[in-house]
Design a protein around this ligand. Structure first.
Ligand code: AMP
Length: 582
């Protein structure tokens, strides 16, 4: 070998094996994520054969976290964050407290110190960003109310961890009796601050960080992007996005002591404020998924499979706290705040795992001698197993939700002769508008003006609320689900307008509606010729292709001002054209 290339070896081994194991997992109907973790176990130090560089793998994983949180920030607006604070802040705080107390109880039973119990409990209380976002994205929950609450909750946990990471070393030094807080914060040490001082300083830093992001970042970041867009170089534009994401994350960690993930989240949020830059930035995140995979591989590397056999009982208790203790606490809080059971269950499932923050806490706990080695092993094993089981939690949710809904509907409709899952609308000869976004809204307004009876089917809770406020009849849920579609009363309807962008779902709706009512007038929306064909073959009467209509509008616009046919002007126009080109 000419020279040693550990970085390349780690990336190649990580991605290559993740692909092989991920494909195998998929083959056996497990989520690919389980394969990535197993790939990590395979290249980890606890299994024979090739051992990848653990420090490098961890750092690469961190890149994945930065890019992921940047992406989340892009989708998230300040308004979203504020709109969920009423539930996210108390929810996260109470849940962290409950989980930490449970962890402390377990560690007390194992005879550890209070400090050790505190670190252990905190590590069990925080969910992994990557796992949570993956789960929400896969289920397309990011843009729902539930998704926003889950992300807001995550941000609060993240902020709490920033505090914890500063306070643990301070706590450790106080416990060891020398009162030296240098390890916690060099600045605090220089000014001779005690624990309260460190706490205040941390709060101040977070405050300054947020203020800088909101006041400066919000203007500066879009300004830089607009400037780069002027250069006309796409490459430079993408580079600018990447440089901002990584630069802000790294800079805010160094300057303000916030986590890399949190810095990246705010950078993304600042960019997302302008819809134009949001669009552009999304396209330039192809690196994100690759690095997210490396996160799972590096998590897998930490796992020592023999620990399961060595100490089964403490591990079971740890898992119980992560999977059930935390979820139950989250569930009760969300329900207490009068959110629907479906929201509560989604949040519970999202949080029933631990990940990167717990690894960091375990590391700090070890370095400050608070946490015994057994605690570190338990956290690692708990993380791996809970991450593996997380898809199962969501599967359980999918199984449970319809049953709960049905039971509720059954109870509500008990006296009725035929219990319906969702009450069927009394409307007849009406038009059903599926999706009330950019397209559906316009259709709905036109129907309203004409005085036609109609109802809207929507999944977005925000839109549903607006519709309810406006007194428009709605049905909540995915129209592709048979119980939702039945509730729209398609057999008695006059027309069905499918104004959603997703052709597979639209196809499902067309097929079911056509079966229910052969005379129904079905108009659907598509974005390609293949989609038009697909929807027609399933029974749509008319499929409107968005892009074709846009072109038609543009042609019409040109027709309103046809080119001047006078040949005498031609040379002058040519000259103008030349000027413009020059
Ligand atoms: P737009 O692309 O702006 O016209 O928005 C489409 C709208 O359709 C969004 O508001 C979505 O919430 C909604 N939507 C998408 N899929 C479904 C579905 N399967 N059932 C009901 N509403 C949907």
């Amino acid at each position: 070998m000419p020279h040693d290339t550990p970085l390349i070896a780690t990336i190649v081994a990580g991605l290559g094996l993740a692909f092989v194991f991920g494909a195998l997992a998929q083959r056996f109907r497990f989520p690919p994520l389980v394969g990535y973790l197993l790939a990590g176990v395979a290249v980890g130090p606890f299994t024979p054969g090739f051992v990848a560089d653990q420090a490098l793998a961890t750092e690469l994983a961190e890149l994945g976290i930065i890019l992921l949180m940047f992406g989340v920030g892009l989708h998230f607006s300040l308004k979203d964050l504020m709109s969920v604070r009423a539930i996210a802040v108390p929810g996260a705080v109470v849940q962290i407290t409950v989980a930490t107390l449970m962890g402390m109880a377990l560690s007390w039973a194992m005879g550890w110190s209070i400090g050790g119990g505190l670190v252990f409990g905190l590590a069990l209380s925080v969910a992994s960003t990557v796992v949570l976002l993956r789960a929400l994205q896969e289920r397309r929950l990011m843009d729902t109310e539930r998704g926003r609450i889950a992300v807001g909750w995550l941000i609060v946990e993240d902020l709490a961890m920033v505090l914890a990471l500063v306070l643990i070393p301070a706590f450790a030094s106080l416990q060891s009796g020398n009162g030296d807080v240098a390890a916690a914060d060099p600045l605090a040490a220089r000014f001779g601050l005690g624990l309260t001082g460190v706490l205040l300083l941390t709060f101040a830093k977070i405050g300054v960080f947020m203020a800088v992001m909101l006041l400066v970042g919000r203007r500066l970041i879009p300004w830089v992007l607009h400037y780069v867009a002027h250069t006309g170089s796409r490459e430079l534009f993408r580079l600018a996005v990447l440089a901002i994401a990584l630069g802000v994350a790294f800079g805010s960690t160094k300057l303000f002591g916030v986590s890399l993930a949190l810095g990246a989240f705010f950078a993304g949020m600042m960019l997302g404020e302008s819809p134009l830059s949001q669009r552009a930035a999304q396209e330039s995140l192809p690196l994100r998924d690759a690095f997210a995979v490396l996160f799972f591989v590096s998590a897998g590397m930490l796992f020592d499979p023999s620990s399961i056999i060595r100490e089964p009982w403490p591990l079971l208790a740890t898992l119980f706290i992560i999977l059930f203790g935390k979820s139950l606490a989250a569930f009760l809080i969300v329900v207490a705040f009068r959110h629907p059971v479906s929201t509560a269950l989604t949040i519970s499932a999202s949080l029933a795992q631990i990940g990167e923050f717990s690894f960091i806490l375990a590391e700090i706990g070890g370095a400050t001698n608070l946490l015994p080695k057994a605690g570190r092993d338990l956290i690692l094993a708990g993380a791996i197993i809970s991450i593996m089981l997380n898809p199962l939690m969501f599967a359980a949710l999918d199984w449970l939700l319809p049953r709960l809904e049905r039971r509720r509907a059954d109870v509500a409709a008990a006296p009725a002769p035929k219990p319906a899952e969702i009450p069927v609308t009394p409307l007849t000869e009406h038009t059903i508008v599926v999706g009330y976004g950019r397209v559906g809204r316009l259709v709905g307004e036109a129907l309203q003006q004409r005085g036609h009876a109609f109802l809207a089917v929507e999944t977005s809770e925000d839109i549903l609320k607006q519709l309810n406020d406006a007194g428009i009849e709605t049905i909540t849920g995915n129209a592709a689900r048979s119980n939702v579609l039945r509730a729209t009363n398609p057999t008695a309807a006059h027309a069905l307008v499918i104004a959603i962008p997703e052709a597979f779902e639209a196809g499902q709706i067309v097929e079911q509606a056509r079966a229910a009512n052969p005379a129904l007038h079905i108009v659907a929306r598509a974005h390609s010729d293949a989609e038009v064909e697909h929807l027609k073959s399933l029974g749509a009467d008319r499929v409107i292709m968005g892009e074709r209509e846009i072109a038609r509008g543009m042609i019409e616009e040109l027709d309103t001002r046809p080119p001047d046919p006078a040949p005498a002007l031609a040379p002058q126009r040519a000259a103008e054209g030349e000027q413009v080109q020059a």
